[in-house]
Design a protein around this ligand. Structure first.
Ligand code: ZN
Length: 196
């Protein structure tokens, strides 16, 4: 039976450990794992696929019996579509005893579909714009104006702590936190952290 995941190129593996490990059973386990976790996320017609699986520790000297990383692999996989590709790039751990895969740190296997990529890009752009808006509003604060300041993103009165020229300013709705000091009427040591 052919599978969408038959296109995966394995290795090349430098270590004998991986050359022994990566057999038909291993490849079948990977195909099962990817079918189960990726296919439900694909939301477009699949024209073709491509992928690679490489060993993170690609040498015999890293693959001794006590090696922590010898069962860790880098997966890169792509479903090609008409209006863009869906891709995933992740570290997978293989558990030889039960013959199963899992994602490093127990994360879900997340497929970046064309739609999700557009969403990610627009969030990134909004974050960038918000950061610029807040930065320029905060750079105008003086020791006199700081207690009257309003969040430029949500129009809420900002919470101000400190005094004596050292201030912490934050939006009570969590938009940002800004720390700065003022000497001779000039801001110093300003630090902006977006989102809290
Ligand atoms: Zn705010």
């Amino acid at each position: 039976m052919t599978s969408l995941f038959d296109t995966i190129v394995y290795g090349p593996f430098e270590a004998e450990y991986h050359r022994d490990l990566v057999d038909d059973q291993f490849k079948a386990a990977l195909r099962d794992f990817l079918s189960q976790h990726l296919l439900p996320q694909v939301d477009h017609t699949i024209l073709s696929t491509e992928g690679t699986l490489r060993a993170r520790a690609n040498a015999d000297r890293f693959c001794g019996p006590h090696s922590a990383v010898r069962n860790c692999f880098f997966l890169d996989f792509k479903f090609r579509g008409v209006d863009g590709d869906s891709d995933v790039s992740e570290q997978l751990w293989f558990q030889p005893i039960i013959g199963e895969f899992e994602v490093a740190m127990g994360r879900p296997l997340y497929l970046w579909t064309p739609e999700r990529k557009i969403e990610r890009e627009s969030k990134r752009r909004k974050h960038e714009e918000d950061t610029m808006t807040v930065r320029s509003a905060m750079r105008l604060l003086t020791a006199d104006s700081v207690h009257r300041s309003i969040c430029p993103l949500c129009d809420t009165k900002l919470t101000v702590t400190g005094g004596d020229g050292v201030f912490g300013v934050c939006c009570p709705r969590g938009c940002f936190k800004y720390d700065f000091s003022i000497s001779n009427g000039k801001q110093n040591d300003f630090r902006l952290k977006m989102g809290m």
